[in-house]
Design a protein around this ligand. Structure first.
Ligand SMILES: *[C@@H]1O[C@H](CO)[C@@H](O)[C@H](O)[C@H]1NC(C)=O
Length: 413
């Protein structure tokens, strides 16, 4: 008797297990087939946004994240919030009591797990990142319906100079079409927000007069990336002129630091030095050194916040201009170019590993030989004054890198 009942229990347990499996399997299949699980930059953004996102709980989350908690605080929509600069700017705004809502499409240009880790970091400080694309005007309009953003910090972009030869359309999609989509929504928002956005030092292109000043030529880009950023500056001019949008472009100079972008030299040099892999160090065709005006992330964040704080209100309403509005472009650099070989020497000391250097001619695929920012305009208007030298900044980067990757485990992926 006892034996039989035991068998029965077993068989019913097996049945339960079987049906649970089937049920979980169905849920699994449903989620993998549903468009909401796709986070690719190229997937049609309008397909998923509102249907899967909208809802009272979601709106509550959006509102809570964008709520201003300090007197004279601002409410900022930060695009590219899971990116390197976006994460740091969002955290800094939140710390001082501003309302911050993030937006990011979590594309796979580089390891998305780093973006997810940054998202988790922001989540803990109360910043919610909506997963969506700046090309999704419906989603953007919905966000502006829920929150009357006073400012937009537009940092979403397709970055990288060399990748432009592999995937040119992603630059047009994010840096041109995406920018226009965002500005279209901003110009018809009531009230219109003031917009601060990331341009790039690469717009100086083949300009050889140093240090680069905002008034210098920027009509000879050396890469498609640079060309789309320059196009962005011209598009900004148009929206300022026609619709009275307040627009400030920031030309960033080689930003580096903790939580940085893995496609940048200081980042993959660190990874490859630790692995004992040789690293390519470019020299110019005349054996001249290649140097960069490396700018530490905390200095860039201060510049971004100062740009937001000094931005005047947009003047338009109902999609119409009511008066002249502010239009600015600033260099945000460090005014201290460092040869890339010196960068490697600093990394060797910090990592206590000798680098295998292989000197190569710089290929003509978009990189320029030298960047050096004249920051006197940003100094005057924004009180911008970088304080971190490359040695100090890299020390902080390396400390973060080793704690995040544990000396090279995660970076092996
Ligand atoms: C930097 O730019 C300012 C204009 O903003 C100019 O007056 C100054 O001469 C420039 N400095 C150098 C060293 O070129």
């Amino acid at each position: 008797m006892k034996h039989i009942s035991k068998q029965r229990v077993y068989s019913s347990l097996a049945k339960i297990a079987f049906w649970s499996f089937m049920f979980l399997g169905l849920i699994f299949i449903f989620f993998f087939r549903s468009p909401s699980s796709s986070s690719s930059a190229t997937s049609d953004p309008s397909r998923r946004s509102l249907r899967t996102l909208a809802g009272p709980a979601w709106e509550k989350r959006v509102r809570a994240s964008a709520r201003i908690r300090s007197r004279n605080g601002i409410s900022v929509l930060v695009t590219g919030a899971a990116g390197f600069v976006g994460t740091h700017v969002s955290a800094a705004l939140k710390r001082r009591g501003d309302g911050v809502l993030g937006l990011d499409n979590f594309n796979h240009y580089y390891d998305p797990s780093l973006k997810l880790a940054r998202q988790a970091l922001l989540e803990r400080s109360g910043v919610y990142i909506v997963e969506g694309d700046i090309n999704d005007e419906k989603l953007l309009r919905k966000l502006f319906d829920i929150v009357a953003f006073t400012h937009v910090m537009h940092l979403a972009a397709q970055a990288g100079v060399r990748y432009a030869m592999e995937n040119p359309s992603s630059y047009v999609h994010s840096n041109i079409a995406g920018l226009v989509s965002l500005l279209e929504v901003c110009k018809s928002a009531n009230p219109q927000p003031a917009i601060v956005w990331a341009s790039s030092s690469s717009v100086y292109g083949l300009n050889t007069k140093v240090p680069f000043s905002e008034k210098d030529r920027s009509d000879q880009p050396a890469s498609l990336y640079a060309a789309t950023k320059k196009a962005g500056e011209e598009i900004a001019h148009t929206y300022n002129h026609i619709y009275g949008l307040s627009l400030t472009g920031l030309r960033f100079f080689t930003v580096y630091g903790p939580w940085g972008r893995p496609d940048m030299a200081y980042f993959f040099f660190t990874k490859d030095i630790l692995k004992g892999k040789s690293i390519p160090i470019f020299e110019a065709s005349d054996h001249g050194t290649v140097a960069r005006d490396f700018t530490y992330i905390d200095d860039i964040v201060k510049g971004c916040l100062a740009a937001l704080d000094t931005a005047e209100k947009s003047t338009g309403s109902g999609g119409k201009k009511r008066g002249a509005a502010q239009l600015r472009v600033f260099n945000l650099g460090n005014t201290s170019p460092v040869p890339v070989s010196d960068l490697v020497s600093i990394l060797e000391k910090l990592l206590k590993v000798k680098a295998k250097r292989s000197i190569m001619k710089m290929p003509r695929n978009g990189d320029v030989q030298f960047t050096h920012a004249n920051i006197s305009y940003a100094q005057r208007e924004l009180g911008y004054k970088p304080t971190t030298d490359l040695q100090t900044g890299l020390k902080k980067f390396v400390r973060w890198y080793l704690s995040y990757y544990g000396g090279g485990k995660k970076s092996d992926q």
